[in-house]
Every structure is written in C-alpha cells, then in structure tokens.
Design a protein around this ligand. Sequence first.
Ligand SMILES: *[C@@H]1O[C@H](CO)[C@@H](O)[C@H](O)[C@H]1NC(C)=O
Length: 144
Amino acid sequence: MGNLKSVALTLLLSVSILHLPFAKSVWFLNYHIHITNDLPLLNSPPGKPNLFLRCKSKDKDIGDKAMVKGQDYTWDTKINALQTTLFFCNARWEGRKRRIFDAFVANRDDKRCLEYHGSCMWSVREDGIYFSRNNVTWFNEYPW
Ligand SMILES: *[C@@H]1O[C@H](CO)[C@@H](O)[C@H](O)[C@H]1NC(C)=O
C-alpha cells in the first residue's frame, strides 16, 4: 500500500514537473535557423559575395560570413529555461542596404518554427528579409 502510494506520488510529481514547461514552450527541442542569400546579382559577379551576415545572441557569436548567391548561414539553438533566447543578425547587402533583424526570438518562434522540423527559414531578398514557417510561403518581415 505504502509502495503504491509512493509510486502514485512519484508519478504525479513527474507529470507535473514535466508538464510545466510544456505549457509555455518546448524548451528541450533543437531549433535550426537557416538564412539564405536570395539577393539578385544585379551588377555583381556570381562568384563574389554580395551579402555579409553576422548573427549573435547575448553570449554566443555565430560569426561573420561573406555569402554568395544561394549560400546558407545556419546554426542550431535550444530555448533557455527563462525562455529569453534571442539571436539577432546584422545583414549587409554590399553597397546597397543594411539592417538588423531578429532571427530567433523564443516566444515568437517556439511554435511557428516547429511546423517544419524545428526550422526557422529566412530568405534575404531584394526588398527585405522574408520568413517562412513551411518553406513554401514567404513573408517580408523585415523590409530594407
Ligand atoms: C527549402 O526548399 C528548398 C528548395 O526546394 C531546398 O533546397 C531547401 O533545402 C529547403 N530548406 C530546408 C530547410 O529544408
């Protein structure tokens, strides 16, 4: 009887402990962020990088990358316990545009990036930086 009670209590405890984070976001999952250079070449030669990206969080720097057309900038992240994970990027289209955008924000992206295997997909284009939750439809979330 005592044994059954402790089993029941353990079960109840683990269910509630496991359940808490589920309610807000899926903290143990790995998210993949993809940023693709889909800029038009215009006058620049195909082999020459025309997009310069650097993404970082408060404590992690993904690094600088000079990107040619079609190239990807990717990294993975989990959501921290406080659900404050935030990665921002500085994008520079050589000689034309630049802007800062948020590539991953825990409470904005935790659900929408789950739709496509935990991928947050960004595409840098002539008129701005587009997001897709399914790799089919794209929205210009950060116009230049
Ligand atoms: C999105 O689709 C493109 C074109 O079909 C493909 O090359 C790319 O790998 C896909 N992205 C992801 C993250 O699966």
